[in-house]
Design a protein around this ligand. Sequence first.
Ligand code: ADP
Ligand code: SF4
Ligand code: MG
Length: 274
Amino acid sequence: MKQIALYGKGGIGKSTTSANLSAALSEKKLDILQIGCDPKHDSTRMLMRGEWIPTVLDLIRENGEKNLTTEDIVHKGYNNIRCVEAGGPEPGIGCAGRGIIATFQLLEKLKALYGDIIVYDVLGDVVCGGFAMPMREGYAQEVYLVTSGDFMALYAANNICKAIARLSKRSKNRCRLAGVICNSANIEGERELVEEFARSINSEMIAFIPRSKTVRVSEVNKRTVLEYAPESEQAEVYRELADKIINNRPAADKTPTPLEMDELEDLALRYIKA
Ligand code: ADP
Ligand code: SF4
Ligand code: MG
């Protein structure tokens, strides 16, 4: 079983990429479980044809953990992809990270944490103990950073990289930086910038996903690109990403080297010009 996580800044395209990746993987007859670990809880919506599935945290609050079954929390979407949303705390109180922990514990208890590939879609703006939990506890074994050439997206990716560098040394099931995915924001020089960022942190850019109208059109039709526009160029991009990820075997001894703030600023300055 391969357990991969997509981490990145909010709004960067983690859920879009995760859902299309899962759909592309499912075309290969692989059994896929996608777990949304973002309080926004829309990770699996396109796989569920627009349906907002109940979140694990809401279900626990309403019914109590003991009364929940696998059918309550795991929902079958496109191509039988199993979909779960951890959900978020009640506004003003509670911890989103605890929701992720509660979700994983419940899935383990119900023996529902299985499949050929598990895709964790995790918010990476705050790399606190809560959101780092999938890496710390050995769930997120291969971590992909989703970024664009936007400075704040790179800043978030670099912070996640710092967490991986720290955690990979001490966790039992070493989590590894598996690569950088550039989800384009149509910024000039973006490909080169993200490629160099990836090299600087001792990784590589494994995919460049163009900004595409097909994504938006599929989204308003409540489908992944793979389902709504299977013949499109964009669908092919996600299929190539799926192949890369299946065949990727990140080396255990390759430790990420996050940048210092001034190095990151210098890097951006070289590529982002007036
Ligand atoms: P995140 O999960 O990181 O918060 P989303 O996947 O929800 O981000 O994406 C935010 C918005 O950007 C969505 O409306 C989505 O349709 C759009 N988007 C993401 N990737 C692309 C892309 N490659 N081309 C066009 N629009 C995209
Ligand atoms: Fe929020 Fe993270 Fe603190 Fe939990 S651990 S309250 S998710 S900042
Ligand atoms: Mg999301």
